[in-house]
Design a protein around this ligand. Structure first.
Ligand SMILES: [Zn+2]
Length: 270
């Protein structure tokens, strides 16, 4: 065996040890290095867990776009199994980018870190149910404009998976039948919607819909202002451009004075 072959063999051995130690590899890799099939790694099921979940969603005829929540189709243990599966596939992406994850100490655990970040942090809003929100009857019959914000927005665009960072404001016109929710719950609901690969226009529509359902106000306004890093970091590399959009419902649509009052109070220039 030549020195080069010995080195390669040592790397393979190191890699195989890592597999049994719990870092799953791509099926292609397992095949190449160990001459075994995908089922050989006890950590990965013979039918990938993502396929099992997709199957359940298809049977229920539901959508599973990037900004849809799929938590009702998950069973206990799925998220851990998904983490193994995504880590394994991310490792394949790193290899295809020709990054030496065996020698480069900086990227050795990157695949798993990225998988964990996606599933449990930045895209968490796809995989967990909506935060529980206690609704209180509007006992004092509040019927004046109420504004919540700015709420910090942290999301990522569906097109490039680049960060979207910004702020949003919620304007509410309650009536005597409205349910009021605690102030912090607006931020929690917004976070649940934003922690998914998003499109800004769709994100605020989703937020407006959930608030209309929970609060049932006479009117609702949502304004979001955000930096899209796919424009700063790549593409046109325009550092100053922000995207601002709004959704107006009910009395905010019908009453220009109310709309003006809301927009002047949130004062977007600050
Ligand atoms: Zn983008």
């Amino acid at each position: 065996m030549s020195d080069e072959a010995k080195t390669t063999w040592r790397k393979r051995l190191h890699r195989a040890k890592r597999v049994t130690a719990g870092t799953p590899r791509t099926s292609h890799e397992r095949h190449r290095f160990r001459g075994t099939s995908m089922t050989a790694n006890p950590k990965l099921p013979s039918v990938p867990v993502s396929a099992q979940i997709r199957d359940r969603i298809a049977k229920a005829k539901h959508r599973f776009h990037a900004n849809d929540n799929i938590s009702t189709f998950l069973v206990p243990g799925d998220l851990d199994a998904l983490l193994d599966e995504v880590a394994s596939k991310m490792e394949g992406v790193l290899e295809s980018l020709v990054i030496d994850v065996d020698s480069d100490h900086n990227t050795r655990e990157t695949a798993r870190r990225v998988a964990k970040m996606y599933l449990t942090e930045v895209f968490r809003g796809r995989y967990v149910p909506a935060p529980s929100v206690t609704e209180f009857p509007n006992a004092a019959y509040l019927n004046e404009l109420m504004i919540v914000g700015p709420i910090t927005v942290r999301s990522a665009c569906s097109h490039h998976f680049c960060p979207i960072m910004g702020r949003l404001w919620i304007g509410l016109m309650p009536n005597e039948h409205s349910n009021l929710i605690g102030l912090s719950k607006y931020a929690r609901l917004a976070e649940w919607i934003m922690c998914r690969p998003q499109i800004q226009e769709e994100a605020i529509m989703q937020l407006a819909e959930i608030l209309m359902n929970k609060v049932t106000p006479d009117g609702l306004a949502v304004v979001m202002e955000a930096d899209h890093f796919c424009m700063h970091w790549r593409g046109v590399k325009d550092a100053g451009t922000k995207m601002i959009n709004s959704v107006m419902r009910g009395s905010f649509l019908k009453n220009p004075a109310l709309r003006r009052e809301f927009l002047s109070l949130i004062n977007l220039k600050n």
